[in-house]
Design a binder for this molecule. Sequence first.
Ligand code: OOG
Ligand code: MG
Length: 260
Amino acid sequence: MSKIMDLTALATQLDQATLSQQATAQLTGQQALDLPTAYRIQAEGIRLREQRGERRVGLKLGFTSRAKMQQMGVDHLIWGELTDAMQIEEGGTLDLRELIHPRVEPELCFITGKEINGPLSLAEAGRVLEGVCPALEIIDSRYRDFRFTLEDVIADNCSSAKFVVGALQNPQRAIDNLGVVMNFHGRPVQVGSTAAILGHPLRALVQIASLLYQQERVLPAGSVILAGAATAAEALRPGLHVSVDISGFGRTAFHTEGQL
Ligand code: OOG
Ligand code: MG
């Protein structure tokens, strides 16, 4: 990029939107951004969270399914960071007053049992895991109307807001083609399959390993990795009981309280 940009100011604009629950304008409406710069703004935003005492616990992938790419009009795999403050307890409460226009989506979550410090094949990916869990991700774009370009959403830490993880399952269990149902008050609102995630959710781990390697980064054992949503996301509203059932595998749930 030729122009010198104040990356901290751009990250602060997004951070303030998060803290004030007020949506903001897309950064690309103010200046052109390329992908490396968007990831540097994301990293700067995480630094701001760490300054407030948040701790990094893992990574998330985005746009690993066609359903999500089509819903958001973006067709490129992206990744963001997760912190301890984003996790809500299984069966716990999500306070909507902390968020702008949250949506929820069904996911699988990997918990690593070994350090990831280089590329992995699909077979190797299964062997670095301590377990796999059903999960729900709550995304909340900091941009007005939940609309963004690829660079904008990367800078915004891939819309990360909160996540819920269910009980740890044996990593050797087959996860490549399980039915996924997300329910509001027990009624299905999204139905899909884990195969929607890159054809096999473990490919999300293969992708993350290669992205980390390109950036000369190491991911410690015990990290959380959200593989990406298997279906489109659904808008949240007050007083909802939200659950995901992954067929023959497990379930997890939370409920919402407070007004938007
Ligand atoms: C971006 C985040 C995408 C996923 O699972 O595909 C994502 C968004 O949709 O706002 O988390
Ligand atoms: Mg997601």
